[in-house]
Design a protein around this ligand. Structure first.
Ligand code: B12
Ligand code: SF4
Length: 479
């Protein structure tokens, strides 16, 4: 109920596209002009990629917009698909800032503040680098905002917004209010069924910010809450579910109980897991029976010493192949994510990846370059070792893209060997022929596997162009 004499406040929560990466290829400038039809094809594919591949709504903003504060109306604007509604009045605009999109987020904030609209910044980048965000906002929310957002809304209503809200204790996910989708336009998305069951990661891979932001302790949502959420979501959207946990099998016992309860709902879901899943036949069986269609697994390097150099110990390379085969034999597709260029990698890693793909039948390979993200241990180490290709303070230069450009010098391979070894590898792996072969052999979701692989043929082609251009700019990589 709105207090007498007070006006309803309107809040807009904004998700900003990054100008590279999954939101659009080519970081280093315009894609070379290849003629009208090629340009058309690139543009059309870019749109399809945006809509089909990664078009899931931002769960962060769905959670915040579901918090009910009397007298405050909240709406979401996803700038990947819509224009900012500047013609309307907003009492507060909240922007979610990821490291990949700091510049556009700050630019939008500046534009709004010039017009007298108050801006609150939150999200991963703000949590890791609050001091860099302070001048760009009226209000900062530092940390996971699930609970503190209510205080922000309450303070907005009472005209006593503070400059900073800091979350000292990570929220206990057992008390979260129900996420609803009323602030979303479902038509923009591939699916609106995004669910997170746990938060936090027990591991400490040095290239990742998840354990920095969300801590090492796994926090669980109560199983009945998740089950109810799935049931409720299904009422208005029968499409696939994205389970957004970073490691859905991090707590095997919890995962087994939860997904066993989801079996009767007959859903299809995809998520992210460690390959260790392949060693737990009972969990694998439950995942499969609960509708798991595909899992992204982080393989990183096939050289054990490389993974160790980056603090990744939980996926022993010698057991990976057997685990992946077990997962696929259970009828679940595997998206295998590699990082080429880790510290102990040599150019032989490229052949090893190709052989491994053949041996395991990975359905969708993702072969990434190491992205040193500001705020991670690897970023600081590379900066200290003077191996970054940009000034360590210029975070915008590290808006980690989708694999188009090098941001650092690999330890054991000079750049002029590294770049061609990578582009040769992606040329061999991402061909139309391989895309059809992988789709034919996929245990399920064949058309999705085909679509992904075909997109990757296109995306890695663009990435090769960018890298070739970058190599020229770096004087052949010897600079
Ligand atoms: C699903 C996902 C995606 C999806 C959807 C994007 C999204 N953010 O919803 C897609 C595929 C599009 C995507 C894209 C990218 N992603 Co992504 N993604 C994820 C993933 C797996 C889950 C995100 C999520 O829903 N988390 C759950 C919610 C509840 O947590 P949250 O987003 O952190 O939100 C909480 C707080 O941060 C805060 N908050 C967030 N926004 C706001 C806004 C306001 C106003 C306030 C007050 C608070 C607030 O409150 C929320 C509730 O507690 C995370 C990993 C993770 N564990 O978060 C990576 C992650 C966010 N992604 C990451 C990256 C690198 C990317 C890309 C740059 C990849 C690329 N190379 O292109 C792009 C960037 C896209 C963009 N425009 O910014 C990194 C970000 C690192 C960083 N420090 O910024 C993460 C953390 C993964 C990692 N291993 O490091 N991603
Ligand atoms: S990469 Fe995955 S396993 Fe490693 S710390 Fe990040 S979320 Fe955890």
């Amino acid at each position: 109920m709105i207090e007498a004499g007070t006006q309803e406040r309107s809040v807009l929560l904004v998700f900003v596209p990054s100008d590279s990466g999954v939101d659009g290829p080519s970081l280093l400038g315009e894609v070379e002009r290849n003629g009208f039809f090629h340009d058309m094809k690139d543009r059309a594919l870019k749109q399809i990629i945006k809509r089909a591949q990664f078009a899931i709504p931002p769960l962060s903003l769905m959670i915040l917009s579901s918090i009910d504060e009397p007298g405050v109306r909240q709406q979401i604007c996803d700038l990947r698909f819509e224009q900012f509604p500047l013609e309307r009045h907003w009492d507060l605009v909240g922007i979610s800032v990821q490291t990949g999109a700091v510049k556009p987020a700050f630019e939008l904030s500046a534009l709004l503040r010039q017009r007298g609209i108050r801006v609150v910044l939150g999200g991963p980048y703000v949590t890791v680098f609050p001091e860099r965000c302070r001048d760009h906002a009226d209000v900062l929310v530092i940390g996971e905002a699930d609970e503190i957002w209510q205080s922000v809304l309450n303070d907005l209503r009472r005209d006593r917004l503070q400059k900073e809200y800091r979350v000292d204790l990570l929220p206990d996910l057992s008390s979260r209010s129900q996420v609803d989708k009323k602030a979303l336009d479902p038509g923009s998305y591939f699916t609106t069924n995004v669910v997170q069951t746990t938060r936090g990661c027990p591991y400490s891979c040095d290239f990742c910010t998840v354990h920095v932001m969300n801590g090492h302790r796994i926090r669980h949502r109560p199983i009945p809450d998740v089950v109810q959420e799935v049931e409720r979501y299904l009422k208005d959207d029968k499409r696939i579910f994205f389970i957004l946990d970073d490691t859905v099998n991090a707590d095997e016992e919890y995962a087994e109980k939860l997904f066993r309860e989801l079996i009767p709902f007959d859903i299809r879901w995809v998520g992210q897991a460690t390959t260790k899943l392949g060693e737990n036949s009972s969990l694998l069986d439950v995942f499969s029976r609960s509708g798991c269609g595909a899992l992204l697994v982080g393989i990183e390097s096939l050289a054990e010493e490389s993974n160790r150099a980056h603090n990744k110990f939980h996926n022993p390379a010698d057991r990976q192949a057997a685990c992946i085969r077990n997962i696929r034999d259970a009828g679940i597709c595997v998206y295998g994510s590699f990082i080429y260029g880790l510290d102990e990698d040599t150019v032989e890693e490229t052949d090893a990846i190709e052989v491994f793909l053949e041996k395991t039948g990975i359905d969708v390979p993702g072969i990434n370059l190491l992205r040193p993200v500001p705020g991670t241990a690897v970023f600081d180490r590379l900066a200290d070792e003077r191996r970054l290709l940009h000034d360590r303070d210029d975070h915008d230069a590290f808006r980690f893209s989708w694999g188009q450009e090098m941001l650092y010098r690999p330890k054991k391979i000079p750049l002029d060997r590294f770049i061609p070894s990578y582009t040769d590898l992606t040329k061999r792996v991402f061909t139309a022929g391989n895309a059809f072969k992988r789709a034919l052999n996929a245990p399920t979701l064949r058309s999705a596997v085909l679509m992904f692989n075909l997109f990757y043929v296109h995306m890695y082609n663009l990435s090769r162009k960018d890298l070739t251009r970058q190599m020229k700019e770096l004087g052949g990589g010897r600079a």
